[in-house]
Write a protein that binds this ligand. Sequence first.
Ligand code: AHG
Ligand code: MN
Ligand code: MN
Length: 337
Amino acid sequence: MTLINRRVQTLDEFTIQQMRNFPNATGELSGLLRDIGLAAKRVNVEVNKAGLVDILGDAGAVNVQGEEVKKLDVYANDQFMGVLRHGISCAGIGSEELDDVVIFDDEISNNSKYVCLFDPLDGSANIDVNVSIGTIFSVFRRVSPVGQPATKDDFLQAGVKQVAAGYVIYGSSTILVYATRRGVNGFTLDPSIGEFTLSHPDIKCPPAGKIYSVNHGNFFQYEEAVKDYITVCQKKDKTSGGPYTQRYIGSMVSDVHRNLIKGGIFMYPAIKDRPEGKLRLMYECNPCAFILEVAGGKATDGEQRILDKVPTHIHERTPFFTGSKLMMEELESYLNK
Ligand code: AHG
Ligand code: MN
Ligand code: MN
């Protein structure tokens, strides 16, 4: 008989233990994280089968259970929306895949403290080629009174007001990383027991690193200050903290995760015909900025701290720079010139 290794702590055990530090905690945040973990496990199963899509049926076809096969990002969206709707902690959601926020408006949801925003699948262009993709989420405490349906204002808050944020990466292993103001922790999915278990306690982003991540294909469309900084990255040698190496997966969540662990900088600057950049403030940048800041790093749009930006609409885009503190400060010295 194999006994479960009691030295490993599951996601549930960890969040419940954290909650005990707060005598007034209601357990709603632990419940929300448990729901997100559950949806992530379902999405993980589907992502792992993605290469079989030609055998099992393309999006739009009907699978063997007689259900319509959905695109994976729509499937992921439905899973996260479904568990949060039926859980006890979430009054409504916003998602990259939905035109507008969804207010759940039932008795339990109206009494929930939180709203949640997510990018159900980040890096979805990488699905077909077996490259790591992920889900990113952001949690706000409502500003509208509990007991009533949530409102749009509950979502349109600056990132600094996030209560928690995190991501799941479906990669060589599946990891769920989440941050509260108290710290950042990572939980790897142990497929033998189907549990996320604490594998990366109290993650800190190294203050300096040697990795820079940017789409070089857009180089000539970046503003001069960004080009100058990228050129500096390329010229680094031993005497100036280098050499640096360039890594760009094309799934922001995976690039940011690697840089969080190893130290590095990720950039998605404005480009000539896209002055607002590509990435979404609410689903991608805010949660990553929150995690990086709690871990000791920084995040800006080039002019302003990401977490101070007050959104005007939920699908807003922004230029995005995040990473190790000292690398970010060197970048900022060019942007401020
Ligand atoms: P999504 O799959 O949610 O649409 O996001 C893709 C994003 C991000 O993950 C990635 O860093 C970026 O798009 C890559 O864009 P480029 O190909 O323009 O570099
Ligand atoms: Mn995305
Ligand atoms: Mn997406």
